[in-house]
Design a protein around this ligand. Structure first.
Ligand SMILES: [Zn+2]
Length: 109
């Protein structure tokens, strides 16, 4: 397999992951848009607030992943994909297969 064919399959995987992350973020943010009514019942409101807090931290984690995935796609475009952003060394194939969006080699993870 040529390296460009490898990159094409990596790109497909990353684009699929990016779309999935965006879809989940959309769901989370539209749920969060339903503002809880704090006057109705304090206990329920506390529960709603707790769930909103969980959604916010989940959304933050999803956004971090999305940044990594978009960064990896950008590196595919500029030809630096598979290089550590810290030291510039090649990231091992096994590591890239496990974490296609990783910007760092094992030493800089
Ligand atoms: Zn490195």
């Amino acid at each position: 397999m040529t390296s460009s064919a490898v990159n094409d399959s990596v790109r497909d995987g990353l684009e699929t992951e990016r779309d999935e992350l965006r879809r989940r973020l959309d769901e989370l943010t539209s749920d969060g848009a339903a503002a809880p009514d704090f006057d109705e019942n304090f206990a329920d409101s506390a529960q709603v607030a707790a769930e909103l807090g969980e959604n916010l931290s989940l959304a933050a984690a999803l956004r971090d992943q999305l940044v990594d995935v978009e960064g990896a796609l950008a590196r595919l475009d500029d030809g630096t994909y598979g290089r550590c952003q810290e030291c510039g060394d090649a990231i091992s194939q096994a590591r890239l297969e496990a974490m296609p969006a990783t910007p760092f080699c094992i030493a800089h993870a």
